[in-house]
Design a binder for this molecule. Structure first.
Ligand code: SAM
Ligand code: SF4
Length: 369
């Protein structure tokens, strides 16, 4: 048996070493890649099932106080028309998701923490809960906030929070962000999110310039140590006219490497963490039309169709070639359903789709307290 086969066979029941993960993330051969994806898919089937859960995502504002060097809506990017959706427009997206039996929505935006914004979101959460009779699950992805704000939004009805650490390597984090973006503060936010009662999601960008395979192994260990419930990670994609874009010599070569690396990360995270939710993110689809379906085949189990008003999508370009900017939600969702059923998966309509990991953690917490 080859090293790879031996690692894959024991990963199904045990925990991999750093060397094992390094080897899997370095696979280049087609046959070995297929074996990796198949092993991760088997673990997914065993621990979370073959159901893909939808989270309809509303990207409601591109106004951001941060200046992350890689992001297409960073504060100092000059050529971005800033917008904030009106309350009714956000509710329309949520209502559409509810009527189409999506089970959950994600509210995402640039980062703001001014009192108007905090109140606005709190009010929105209560209205989304009311319009769906409490049925629609709500994930937030609104960046770093105070413990008080996390608590208020939780009490208003949000129950999951996604805050990517972006990279768990401090030096790389410092290279990808301005000096006032503090790695420790971001980690603290993950603890605050947990303390407020949310299911906790984090993730990284895969294939950032200067990032090594060892950094990615550290990232997976970080997810495990933080005992997170869900992972939202995707390939880094160049956004023109950003400082990180200047570090990239051959964009096409970087993107094709990042696509495969992102699929490998999904598989290795599935093998190592087993029962968490893992998203097949839009960035995969930006690099390949069937990227998200390939993500599901590599071990992911969550899909986040865009239910935002079409007119705003062109201004929420985190990176080049973001897909579906001209399609309305209905079209996007129909073609997605066909594609998911086409790869022999079911869709978890009308369900929140919490990760088994969270259910176990919650049970243990109740038993202890
Ligand atoms: N502002 C919030 C935050 O940063 O947590 C939420 C919205 S932010 C746009 C969501 C995610 O977009 C970030 O966590 C980052 O990983 C991702 N992102 C930004 N620029 C990207 C790029 N060029 N390629 C891939 N992902 C990117
Ligand atoms: Fe703002 Fe999030 Fe983009 Fe950073 S990644 S600039 S916080 S929107």
């Amino acid at each position: 048996m080859s090293d790879i086969q031996a690692i894959l066979a024991s990963a199904r029941t045990g925990v991999m070493t750093r060397d094992d993960m390094r080897l899997l993330l370095s696979i280049e051969e087609r046959e070995q890649l297929d074996a990796l994806f198949a092993a991760a898919y088997a673990v997914k089937q065993e621990f979370v099932g073959k159901t893909a859960y939808y989270r309809g995502i509303v990207e409601f504002s591109n106004i951001c106080r941060k200046d992350c060097y890689y992001c297409g809506i960073r504060r100092s990017k000059p050529d971005v028309e800033r917008f904030m959706m009106k309350e009714e427009e956000i509710l329309k997206g949520a209502r559409w998701a509810h009527e189409n039996n999506f089970g959950s929505v994600v509210l995402q935006s640039g980062e703001r923490s001014d009192p108007y914004f905090v109140d606005f979101v709190e009010d929105m959460l209560r209205k989304i809960k009311a319009l769906s009779d409490g049925k629609l699950g709500i994930t937030l992805s609104l960046g770093e906030q105070s413990p008080e704000t996390y608590r208020r939004w939780f009490e208003a009805g949000a129950h999951r929070y996604l805050l990517r650490i972006e990279t768990s390597n401090r030096e790389l984090y410092a290279k990808m962000h301005p000096p006032d973006h503090d790695y420790n503060a971001r980690v603290q936010c993950l603890y605050d999110i947990r303390d407020a009662g949310y299911q906790v999601g984090t993730g990284v960008m895969i294939g950032l310039p200067l990032q090594t395979i060892d950094h990615l192994v550290d990232d997976i260990e970080f997810f495990r140590e933080m005992d997170i419930d869900m992972v939202g990670m995707g390939p880094f994609i160049v956004s023109d006219n950003t400082p990180v874009a200047e570090l990239v010599e051959d964009t096409e070569a970087l993107h094709s490497r990042n696509f495969i690396l992102a699929l490998k990360m999904i598989s290795v995270v599935r093998l190592q963490l087993k029962d968490v939710n893992i998203a097949a993110t839009t960035a995969l689809q930006a690099l390949k039309p069937l990227g998200r379906e390939m993500g599901l085949k590599a071990g992911a189990n969550i899909i986040m169709p865009n239910v935002s008003e079409t007119i705003y999508r062109k201004n929420y370009q985190l990176y080049n070639n973001k897909p579906c900017i001209d399609e309305d939600s209905g079209l996007c969702s129909d073609c997605l359903e066909r594609r998911i059923v086409g790869i022999d998966e079911e869709i978890g309509y009308g369900e929140w789709g919490d990760s088994p990991h969270f259910r176990k953690r919650n049970q243990n917490f109740k038993l202890e307290s």
